[in-house]
Design a protein around this ligand. Structure first.
Ligand code: AMP
Length: 183
């Protein structure tokens, strides 16, 4: 199976859940910038304090801050596969990632776009009940996704790396589609 992966898709598409499951099944490292940032917030580090207010508004934390996190995590891996979930989220982040991966000689094998209708996304996010899952913040996160992150679809399409899957239906059904697209 392909083992250097990116998950792309709007908030609420189920990236985190499917990423955790896929990584567990295949022994690859799950790197979620959202999870990493939330643990910084919980630990009360300077970085966490800087990120918290931004995250609670549904905005993006600075490229420099997430890049520093991703770079140290990737460099700490000793080979093996990885799945980046929630990163990159902007074109500059994607360009910086390209540079880092060239340096590490670990090219991306595939970028998976999880696609889902807005109505279902909002329903799912409201059901999740995270601190940044109120309706106003959710709408902001979707807008930020459209503005800043969706351009990455064409960015990776142009590189011939993009594969899309329908993220609707049961967890098992989605997992099966994912496995198929990566085999
Ligand atoms: P997530 O768990 O991926 O939905 O991320 C939760 C929040 O963390 C986002 O709404 C952003 O505020 C922040 N975040 C996570 N990943 C990134 C990233 N790659 N760039 C900027 N902000 C991020």
């Amino acid at each position: 199976m392909k083992s250097r992966l990116l998950f792309l898709g709007p908030p609420g598409a189920g990236k985190g859940t499917q990423a955790a499951r896929l990584c567990q099944a295949h022994g690859i490292k799950h790197l979620s910038t959202g999870d990493l940032l939330r643990s910084e917030v919980a630990a009360g580090t300077a970085l966490g304090q800087e990120a918290e207010a931004v995250m609670n508004r549904g905005e993006l934390v600075s490229d420099a801050l997430v890049l520093a996190i991703v770079e140290s995590q990737m460099k700490a891996l000793n080979g093996g596969g990885w799945l980046l979930d929630g990163f990159p989220r902007t074109v500059p982040q994607a360009e910086a990632l390209d540079k880092l991966l060239a340096e590490l000689q670990q090219p991306i094998d595939a970028v998976v776009l999880l696609e889902l209708d807005d109505g279902v996304l909002i329903e799912r996010l409201l059901a999740r009940g995270r601190a940044d899952d109120t309706e106003a913040v959710i709408r902001n996160r979707l807008e930020v996704y459209r503005d800043k992150t969706a351009p990455l679809i064409d960015f990776y399409k142009a590189k011939g790396l993009l594969t899309s899957i329908e993220a609707q239906g049961s967890m098992d059904a989605i997992a099966e589609r994912l496995e198929k697209s990566l085999s």
